[in-house]
Write a protein that binds this ligand. Structure first.
Ligand code: F6P
Length: 355
């Protein structure tokens, strides 16, 4: 059996551990061949591949990024590396020519969607959930998430000392355009005073009240952890079209700057912005991500060996399992505003700006 493997969408720590898990299981234990496809689905369109051997696996377990390279190529969308061709048909032709019996697709939500469409056309696909955002539907965890929490938490920790020295408010932008898993977890781990996430629209008056209360009760600083996609109650009430228009007209680079400006104007307290940005996606995977990524790789290879296709490897109730791709595709896993962690964070006194 010859397995193709690709990584698509934004990278994250743990991908190389998955590649290693697939290859070690497939090559060493079962004598299967593994072909690495470069730059995600782009490599399937251009037949840009490499053959893995046992030797190519050394040093992968703790290596961040993806040794195969990645891209945001979407074969079911017109634009991309090749145009004016039927891209899905070209992929089918190339898969045949490369002699691939199946493909392991490592990716986030966009990848699961593409994987489901390719599987529906008859390709043998097993997918693996990776993203720092932890927003893939159908799995309790995606690898990359816990490493990203550590980076964001370290940023909040580091800002604490300078914020306290200067008596400032800091607004820290944390990754998550559509979901707030990283800001929620890092915010709690780093002791943020306010956490704003897309799932819980905020009212600036509540944020200001929290900061003023801290100032009145002797706290010299306030840390506000804000998701990239944090949204006010007012904006959440707009139609999708109206909100898109508002975003397009925004003059600041992102919401954190608007929030910081308003805080400084209304509280009179010096306010600064800090953005860890793509460092949250970079660096080595932590131990948890290495383990889960490895488990996903091993399960994917075993699935290929058994000839089981059309599903995503997932973690449910603490157990590794298979989720049908058609069930996973096109959905997002959001933070539940009523979840234990949100409830407990509120009990601690953390404000989400909603009340
Ligand atoms: O999907 C992971 C993610 O890091 C998001 O958290 C972030 O909003 C986005 O990717 C950034 O994408 P890009 O690397 O294309 O700027």
């Amino acid at each position: 059996m010859r397995i193709g493997i690709l990584t698509s969408g934004g990278d994250c720590p743990g991908i190389n551990a998955t590649i290693r898990g697939v290859c070690k299981t497939a090559i060493n234990h079962y004598g299967m061949e593994v072909i690495g496809i470069h730059s995600g689905f782009q490599g399937l369109l251009t037949k840009d591949v490499e053959s893995f051997t046992d030797k190519s696996l050394s040093g992968l377990l703790n290596l961040g990024g993806t040794m195969l390279g990645t891209s945001r190529e979407k074969p079911f969308k017109k634009h991309g590396v090749v145009s004016d061709v039927d891209k899905p048909a070209l992929i089918e032709k190339n898969v045949k020519e490369l002699g691939l019996d199946c493909i392991v697709c490592i990716g986030g939500n966009g990848t699961q969607k593409t994987a489901a469409k390719l599987a529906a056309r008859g390709l043998n696909i097993v997918s693996v959930p990776k993203t720092i955002d932890n927003d893939t539907w159908g799995t309790e965890l995606t690898f990359g998430f816990t490493s990203a929490i550590d980076v964001a938490t370290k940023c909040i920790d580091d800002i604490h000392t300078t914020a306290s020295s200067h008596g400032r408010v800091f607004v820290i932008e944390i990754m998550g355009h559509k979901v707030g898993w990283i800001p929620l977890y890092a915010g709690v781990a780093g002791g943020a005073d306010v956490i704003l996430i897309p799932e819980i629209p905020y009212d600036m008056d509540n944020v200001i009240k929290t900061i003023e209360h801290r100032m009145e009760t002797g706290s010299r600083f306030t840390i506000v952890a804000v998701a990239e996609g944090a949204i006010s109650k007012e904006d959440a009430a707009l139609s999708k079209k109206e909100y898109k228009k508002k975003l397009a007209e925004r003059t600041s680079p992102s919401i954190v700057y608007d929030i910081a400006k308003e805080i400084e104007a209304k509280t009179g307290r010096e306010t600064r912005v800090a953005i860890p940005g793509h460092t949250q996606r970079g660096g080595q995977p932590d131990a948890q991500d290495r383990i889960f990524a490895t488990q996903c790789g091993v399960e994917a290879a075993l699935g290929c060996l058994r000839g089981e296709f059309g599903y995503m490897i997932a973690l449910r109730d603490g157990k590794m399992c298979h989720m049908p791709l058609e069930e996973v595709a096109g959905k997002l896993k959001f933070v539940d505003p009523q979840s234990d962690l949100v409830r407990e964070a509120k009990a601690l006194g953390i404000s989400f700006g909603d009340e």
